[in-house]
Design a protein around this ligand. Sequence first.
Ligand code: FES
Ligand code: FES
Length: 157
Amino acid sequence: MSDKHAIQLTVNGVPYDVTVDQSQNLSGALRNGTGLTGTKEGCDDCECGACMVLLDGSPVNSCSYLAVQAQGRDITTVEGLADGDDLHPLQRNILEHGGVQCGFCTPGMLMSARALLDRNPNPSNEEIRIGLSGNLCRCTGYARILEAVEATAVELG
Ligand code: FES
Ligand code: FES
């Protein structure tokens, strides 16, 4: 018997018809089923945050979330941050503050930061650290990423 399921995922407001195995994780369904490859797969074990997306506005490690369970939810990926050619202030600030080196962690960082600022528009430095604590970066040492989130909070505040 086939383990394949035809599902619909709503990503950044757009419906995508995707065929997945019952056990397919959401990150793989996004990358292979929708063509949206901004979401990265690092540890595949809920440790690094590279796969972070928003489900109904809340950050979720998509490597550890079943694609079939994401039906009917609003999924936001890094591709949903910019407004056309205009980068989201978080994207612009992380570039301007030098918070991107290899870039592998960046989509997940941005999604966690977006969720943080959505629920707390004026976070303290400590609150930003906690908000990004599920995202690992091997390159930057974090300081410039934290600066970028602080600058965005000031800008949007
Ligand atoms: S790939 Fe999902 S947490 Fe690392
Ligand atoms: S910029 Fe390379 S892992 Fe963060």
